[in-house]
Design a protein around this ligand. Structure first.
Ligand code: THU
Length: 160
């Protein structure tokens, strides 16, 4: 028996200009956060901005370390920042910006596996989906309605 689980639903916008205003301003916050990333080792700066149901926007950016594994990705800095600053307030969306004019993206900068798992933790906890806005190549933006499309068969609290 074949079964389809959480298929990856994606809306592709050809440019930021096509985005609804709330999404465009969240992406702008992610781009601004990207500028302040601390990425002296990889020189790959990433910014993330989280929109909460209370209307607050909380940002994160990658924070690297001379002991490489001690660093953290932008997405986790952002969701942990939101969890610390506004505990229990559900997250509506996260916008993620990577790439630069010197090194433009050729495809959307999707969160790494650890970040997908961390975003899923909040989605599962709050029992409502977290939308992802990913800055793609050539100015495109990808919108995913939930992190579950990026993390099939996710491991969550229900297993413990
Ligand atoms: N990075 C992120 O911030 N988010 C991701 O989802 C992937 C990678 C960061 C980690 C590291 O500082 C740099 O990008 C290169 O991997």
């Amino acid at each position: 028996m074949k079964k389809e689980l959480h298929s990856l639903e994606l809306t592709v916008y050809e440019s930021e200009a096509e985005l609804p205003p709330e999404d465009a301003s969240l992406l702008q916050a992610a781009l601004k956060a990207q500028e302040d990333a601390y990425a002296p080792y990889s020189e790959f700066k990433v910014g993330a901005a989280v929109l909460l149901v209370n209307g607050e926007v909380v940002i994160g950016n990658n924070q690297e370390n001379a002991s490489y594994p001690s660093g953290l990705c932008a997405e986790r800095v952002a969701v942990f920042h939101a969890g610390a600053r506004y505990p229990g307030v559900p997250i509506l969306k996260i916008a993620i910006a990577a790439g630069s004019s010197e090194k433009p993206l050729t495809k959307p900068a999707a969160p790494c596996g650890n970040c997908r798992q961390s975003i899923f933790e909040y989605e599962n906890k709050q029992d409502r989906p977290i939308e992802l806005l990913l800055l793609g190549g050539a100015g495109k933006v990808y919108k995913c309605p939930s992190v579950q499309g990026l993390l099939p068969l996710a491991f969550g609290k229900e297993f413990l």
